[in-house]
Design a protein around this ligand. Structure first.
Ligand code: DX5
Ligand code: ZN
Length: 224
């Protein structure tokens, strides 16, 4: 799965930018990744609930909201109610991750848990039994256009083993620095869903960039 990040899109034309990556299943974006930042959890401020509501009305692509915010225990459920398909909170910010997952699912959304590059996976394995997605950050959250950190692939491999052996049932997603040069190693490590901001929206043809990324990933993960 490919999830273009609208953080790299033209914010004056968000509806059109969503349309630019939409297409039939297996051709266009599988999810549209929406980076919500609060200038507290990360040193950047992006968009919030009203824009997510507007996007949900403007596109049929399932919205994948990545909340880089403090106190997600309080705010996350609002994004589910706004129509997001998957809502991901940060393990480092959530007081009660399992409680957040329960609230998100009760509101009809999938629940995601994200870990920053330096955050280990092991302490969260039990909590992850209550989640639908694990978002492994491959850059420090806060900004698009950074370089991929390959060391996080050890966590992807560990998560892949847990899924393949039936200990966890979730999608493994990766976010940060994914492009033509990095997607294959991520696919080989076991990623199911690839977030790509600059690699899609800074391409001359975003739809073609998605097709190319998907083909590269498939080469390394034929079974998925
Ligand atoms: C970073 C965001 C990413 C970002 C990825 O904090 O979570 O989703 O948009 O952008 P690229 O693909 O350019 O690294
Ligand atoms: Zn993101």
């Amino acid at each position: 799965m490919i999830a273009p990040s609208i953080l790299a899109a033209d914010f004056t034309r968000l509806g059109e930018e969503a349309t630019a990556v939409s297409g039939p299943r297996g051709v266009g974006a599988d999810w549209l990744h929406v980076d919500v930042m609060d200038a507290h959890f990360v040193p950047n401020l992006t968009i919030g609930l009203p824009v997510v509501q507007a996007l949900a009305a403007a596109t049929d692509i399932p919205l994948d909201c990545h909340l880089m915010i403090d106190d997600p225990d309080r705010w996350a459920v609002g994004y589910a109610e706004a129509g997001a398909y998957n809502v991901t909170v940060h393990a480092e910010a959530a007081e009660d991750p399992v409680g957040v997952a329960r609230d998100l699912r009760a509101a009809g959304a999938k629940a995601g848990l994200s870990i920053k590059p330096a955050t280990p996976l092991a302490p969260y394995v039990e909590a992850l039994r209550h989640f639908d997605t694990l978002l492994v950050m491959s850059v420090e959250p806060g900004f698009g256009g950074q370089s991929f950190i390959p060391e996080v692939l050890d966590k992807v491999r560990a998560a892949r083993r847990l899924v393949d052996t039936g200990h966890l049932t979730l999608l493994i997603e990766i976010d940060g620095g994914i492009n033509d040069d990095t997607i294959e190693q991520a696919a080989e490590a076991g990623v199911d869903c690839f977030v790509a901001g600059s690699a899609v929206y800074q391409a001359a043809d975003p739809a073609e960039a998605i097709t190319r990324l998907r083909a590269l990933a498939r080469r390394r993960s034929p079974g998925r």
